[in-house]
Design a protein around this ligand. Structure first.
Ligand code: KG4
Ligand code: ZN
Length: 349
């Protein structure tokens, strides 16, 4: 890290976390996060209006906390980065408005950046600059994407994504089915550790030979979710007890198996020796364990940042902003909008 690198303030508001972080080069100075998840839990899903209000209320205190804890002043900020998409329009708009106000008042450049690519870029703060070419698997409640990253600031190719549910979304839906609190992902993870992953052979989406041609790098978890629902229903209808831990373990095994098998096959196909895994679902212990074992076997270097960097946060946006600024990419216009379905090939707007 050169001390001459610009100081980038990053703002993330695509979902329920208000994240603000300060990054210089690949060094994180501070990352402040406020979450409105407690307010959504009773609805069993994120309510965009509730999230937007929470962002509006948390924004200035979170910026103030990030500045105070990092020992920086607003005057020292060289550039402002903000999530421009994908995400929820209302929440994105609150972050973009705050970032534009800062950029305008401080007379500093604004960089509207891609949230999903931020989930990969944040790893640079932990494990250092990416090698020339990396594969990134970004898995969360909203996305499951496989990205070929030639340059995180300028050149990202989307190889595939989920055709239906994201991995975390499938966990949350199966969690609901098993009567677990929202979000169900971490609860299934915990239960799965007590069950037998080989107890039930659930389907592996898009792994049949006929799917390989068109969907080698795509994922599908809705068929699996339906298979789990059917399996549980049949037991309940027969008056039998449902072996919840075995169901969780077998389900988690299927998701981890498909994600790791397809990703490693893509690494081989594109001759990539480094895999970065990011997004809230990369907290999943079944995925972490299987990825570690299979990457070691395949001779692929695995980079997964600590869990606090995998869930939505400001550091990922400041990290990507920092990469974009250092690459000399032109700043965004102060009239940019937000894009709820921003293409994953667009790093910055
Ligand atoms: O990245 P994130 O915080 O928010 C989104 O952008 O979606 O990801 C949250 C998602 C939720 O679906 C949650 O259930 C899932 O990640 N998740 C997990 C685990 N921790 C979080 N799923 C399985 N196992 C976990 N340990
Ligand atoms: Zn995310």
């Amino acid at each position: 890290m050169a001390s001459g690198d610009p100081l980038v303030l990053g703002i993330e508001t695509s979902c329920d976390e208000t994240g603000v972080a300060l990054v210089r080069g690949n060094e994180l100075l501070f990352d402040a996060v406020a979450s409105s998840m407690d307010e959504h839990a009773r609805y069993g899903g994120i309510i965009p209006e509730v999230a937007s209000r929470a962002h509006l209320e948390a924004m200035v205190p979170t910026i103030e906390r990030a500045l105070a804890e990092s020992g920086c002043t607003l005057a020292q900020v060289d550039a402002v980065a903000v999530t421009a998409g994908p995400g929820l329009v209302g929440p994105l708009t609150i972050g973009a408005s705050a970032a534009k106000s800062l950029a305008l008042a401080l007379d500093r450049p604004l960089y509207g950046v891609n949230h999903v690519i931020g989930h990969a870029a944040v790893d640079q703060l932990v494990h250092g600059e990416f090698p020339e070419r990396v594969m990134a698997l970004v898995v969360s409640g909203g996305h499951s994407s496989l990205l070929l990253v030639d340059d995180v600031a300028t050149s990202v190719t989307e190889l595939g994504s989920t055709l239906d549910d994201a991995a975390g979304e499938a966990f949350d839906k199966v969690g609901r089915l098993l009567g677990l609190p929202y979000p169900g992902g971490p609860h299934i993870d915990r239960l799965a550790r007590q069950g037998d992953p080989t107890a039930i052979r659930f389907p592996r989406g898009l792994t049949a030979r006929k799917d390989q041609a068109a969907h080698a790098d795509d994922f599908s978890f809705s068929g699996l979710k339906t298979a789990v629902a059917r399996w549980v229903e049949t037991r309940v209808d027969a008056g039998e007890e449902v072996p919840v831990a075995d169901v969780a373990a077998s389900f988690a095994e299927s998701v981890a198996d498909v994600l790791t098998a397809k990703t490693i096959a893509a690494c081989h196909r594109h001759d990539v020796g480094t895999l970065v895994v990011g997004g809230g679902f990369s907290a999943n212990s079944q995925l972490r364990e299987m990825a570690a074992a299979r990457c070691a076997e395949a001779g692929i270097e695995l980079r997964i940042p600590p869990i606090r960097f995998c869930t939505d946060n400001g550091a990922m946006i400041a990290a990507l902003g920092s990469a974009v600024v250092r690459a000399g990419v032109a700043p965004s216009d102060l009239s940019i909008g937000v894009d709820s379905s921003m293409p994953l090939t667009t790093v910055s707007v």
